[in-house]
Write a protein that binds this ligand. Structure first.
Ligand SMILES: *Cc1c(COP(=O)(O)O)cnc(C)c1O
Length: 361
């Protein structure tokens, strides 16, 4: 069996050992005679799975006790609506920092529900940097400030949080979830779609400070009401049981392989470094992001020549390095090097880039 190195931005590569374990347990989960795909979400067996997943999530992210960890559906995009419906409930104002397409989509959705402004934006330079903000950039009475912490398409990351004071900070961490430690106490809400770094598609994890719950607008669809989900321990309706199970296996894999998120981060930094070092030394390939705001997870790069880019994508695919085509709004290439991408995969990519550069000078 030949597995490729998959640089897809999402859904994305999963650890081989996790897939093997899921495969081995697919017909009979730990002696219960059925698959996790088949069992009741109200069964004791599944209850243990979801509780273990929550426990591991709390442990790895060092989630403070006054935060709920919820397992939800609808993708990250459903949270674009759920967030204003649940949290834009004081002044009815919210401030968004626009650092790319996902932040912009969240911002546009929130505008349906209140007085929503862009406190800052990096649209002027194709989102190739994170805008610096000052406390005065945020409205005093904003119900929350919203950021997209790691910008999957453009390859930037907030390496410093915006100075929001005691305002509630909400972050979409979909594409950097569990890739490094995060001080959850600095946020009111952190959420992520699991298909980038944690599990197959179909699951969103939201970590929410408890005192923010319970003020959703009356019109909030019940499935989007975080309080309802919290009161039901994420079992208000049928959850994506199989995906939660894979999520649990991935969390176990992080713990067993890297110990904690510091260990995970060190590995991710090592991977990103070989690629960025090469980009900085190459005459042909250039990273598109200012060095200080570079993402550890998504690395866009270009040759500056669309035909050469297309040739690179074609030939890298043939070499078993797949899904390197850049997002349609940026062009060029993008390597997503999430937690489960092994160091060897990035090494292979860099070797391939070096050879391609030598051959196509
Ligand atoms: C992929 C992505 C989304 C959208 O996720 P869906 O689950 O497809 O709705 C939102 N935000 C970020 C940062 C993403 O990378």
């Amino acid at each position: 069996m030949a597995r490729v190195y998959n640089f897809s931005a999402g859904p994305s590569t999963l650890p081989v050992s996790v897939l093997e374990k899921a495969g081995a347990e697919i017909l009979d989960y730990q002696g219960c005679g059925q698959s996790v795909m088949e069992m009741s979400h109200r069964s004791k067996v599944f209850d243990d799975i979801i509780k273990d997943a929550e426990k591991l999530m709390r442990e790895l992210y060092k989630v403070p006790d006054n935060y709920k960890v919820l397992f939800l559906q609808g993708g990250a995009s459903a949270q674009f609506s759920a967030i204003p419906l649940n949290f834009m409930n004081g002044s009815g104002k919210a401030d968004y920092i626009i650092t790319g397409q996902w932040a912009k989509k969240a911002y546009q959705e929130a505008q349906k529900y209140g007085d929503v402004v862009a406190a800052a934006s990096s649209a002027d330079k194709t989102f190739s940097y994170i805008p610096k903000t000052k406390a005065e950039d945020f409205r005093e009475d904003a119900d929350y400030v919203y950021i997209c912490y790691n910008n999957t398409i453009y390859g930037t990351k907030f390496n410093e949080l915006p100075p929001v004071g005691d305002k509630v900070l909400i972050a979409d961490v979909s594409s950097c979830a569990l890739s490094e430690p995060l001080d959850i106490s600095k946020f009111g809400v952190v959420y992520f779609g699991a298909q980038k770094n944690v599990a197959p598609a179909g699951l969103v994890v939201a970590i929410i400070r408890e005192d923010l719950l319970g003020n959703a607008r009356d019109i909030t669809p019940v499935m989007m009401n975080y309080k309802v989900q919290a009161d039901a321990d994420s079992l208000y309706n049928t959850p994506p049981c199989w995906v939660i199970y894979i999520c649990k296996l991935v969390l176990e894999w992080i713990k067993e392989t890297y110990g904690d998120l510091e260990g995970m981060k060190a590995y991710n930094e090592k991977k990103a470094k070989v690629l960025y070092d090469f980009l900085d030394s190459s005459e042909m390939f250039k990273g598109t992001v200012v060095p200080e705001d570079r993402s550890l997870m998504n690395v866009p790069f270009v040759t500056g020549d669309a035909d050469l880019d297309a040739k690179f994508v074609k030939e890298s695919t043939e070499a078993g390095l797949v899904n390197l085509k850049g997002h349609r709004t940026v062009g060029g290439m993008r390597a997503s090097i999430y937690n489960a991408m092994p160091y060897e995969g990035v090494e292979k990519l860099v070797e391939f880039m070096k050879e391609f550069e030598a051959k196509n000078k």
